[in-house]
Write a protein that binds this ligand. Structure first.
Ligand code: TXA
Ligand code: MG
Length: 364
């Protein structure tokens, strides 16, 4: 996997300007400077409702290259282009099928990315060499105002160093990218905490390339049959199936420690995790446990962190990446987690957990 050109040594010595913007009460002029940086080809990290994004002018190939250099991202992994107005799809895509308008009307602004055939004006630097372009209109009002004011289409991957969990708070972005980018807009926590659903409308039956808050059922209610990319279903990784979203093939969201998921009846899962944790502690390793409000008091060993409540899977989604980062900060060597049901958000949660765990899952 090749890395985009870019002088990383140079990128390190940049002064990163950090500004705070109150999402519930800000004036458009607070985003003027950030918009200008984007217009002039610079890099700005900004909040979205899913995760923080690292933005640059998506139609400027030099600006796109800077994103890859700052993140250390493989150059074949395409970027999502963020827009502020639905009809801007027509400026980026060669053809906009009826389904795209229907999905945009139902789910934009929001956590859905639509893949369409690209126009020649969208550089291959932005699309990782593909003839398609990923487009999203985010719901976060800071993001939308920034894109609108910048007057450019904002290519933005998650604002983490490649291989780290996606950032859900400005602090996570600062830890990863301070000194490597021009600006960071601290707009509070990303409320959803997992990246957007990606649906490919560029050929054949619409296909989900990455699960998220907009589920298959929700899409099917609007446009009829939708299928999953075979590479993203199941709990094992088949080296013969290549995911259609290049980014899904990398071991993303990886914590420093070894993460194992336990599935099965919850009481058995807890017993097994207690046993594993005890064994590792006895051997002198550090241990972390990702528990829930319902189960946290049932664990006996290691550092126990509650991710959220099982009564509200959205709280679990919102807490996942932060907990993985916290265990990184502690340099925890072994991390154990329960698993989550496959319905609604559970599928997106399990998809990210499995990738973070390098598909280490044990059924008890
Ligand atoms: O919620 C989100 O989508 C966040 C926020 C910032 O909008 N962005 C995000 O970007 O998650 P990133 O770069 O971390 O993930 C983009 C994913 C990658 O897996 C990439 O391979 C896939 O989208 N992708 C982008 N363009 C594509 C294309 N033309 N065809 C197939 N997959 C594409
Ligand atoms: Mg990412």
């Amino acid at each position: 996997m090749g890395f985009a050109d870019g002088d990383k040594g140079h990128a390190y010595i940049m002064k990163t300007k950090i500004i705070k913007v109150d999402i519930d009460n800000f004036q458009t002029k607070e985003l003027e400077e950030a918009a200008r940086v984007l217009r002039n080809g610079g890099l700005v990290a900004f909040p979205t409702e899913t995760v923080y994004g690292l933005g640059a002018n998506g139609l400027d190939k030099e600006a796109s290259r800077k994103i890859y250099a700052a993140k250390g991202r493989p150059s074949d992994n395409p970027l999502i282009v963020h827009i502020a107005h639905k009809n801007d799809m027509e400026v980026l895509a060669k053809e906009v099928p009826e389904e795209a308008y229907k999905l945009a009307d139902s789910f934009w602004p929001g956590p859905l990315t639509i893949i369409l055939k690209k126009k020649d004006t969208v550089p291959y630097e932005t699309t990782g060499g593909l003839d398609t372009v990923a487009i999203r209109l985010p719901a976060n009002v800071i993001a939308r105002e920034l894109i609108n004011q910048s007057k450019v289409f904002v290519a933005a991957p998650s604002a983490n160093l490649s291989g780290k969990p996606s950032p859900t708070k400005a602090n996570h972005v600062i830890n990863d990218l301070n000194g490597r980018i021009d600006m960071i807009i601290d707009g509070g926590s990303a409320t959803l905490g997992l990246e957007s659903t990606i649906v490919d409308l560029s050929e054949g039956t619409p296909m989900i390339l990455r699960p998220g808050f907009i589920t298959k059922d929700m899409l099917e209610n609007v446009i009829g049959p939708v299928q999953y990319d075979p590479a993203i279903i199941g709990t094992t990784i088949d080296p013969n199936i290549r995911p259609k979203a290049p980014g899904m093939k990398y071991r993303h969201y990886a914590p420093e420690g070894s993460l194992t998921i336990y599935s099965g009846e919850l009481d058995k899962v807890i017993t097994t995790i207690n046993k594993m944790a005890r064994e590792k502690l006895d051997k002198g390793y550090s241990v972390g446990i990702i528990a829930t409000e319902e189960t946290k008091d049932l664990y006996q060993y290691g550092i126990i962190k509650s991710i959220g409540t099982r009564n509200d899977e959205a709280s679990i989604a919102a807490g996942l990446y932060e907990i993985l980062r916290e265990f990184d900060t502690l340099h925890t060597e072994y991390i154990y987690t329960e698993s989550y049901s496959d319905n609604r958000y559970g599928q997106a949660i399990m998809n990210r957990l499995l990738k973070a765990a390098g598909y280490q899952i044990v059924n008890v």
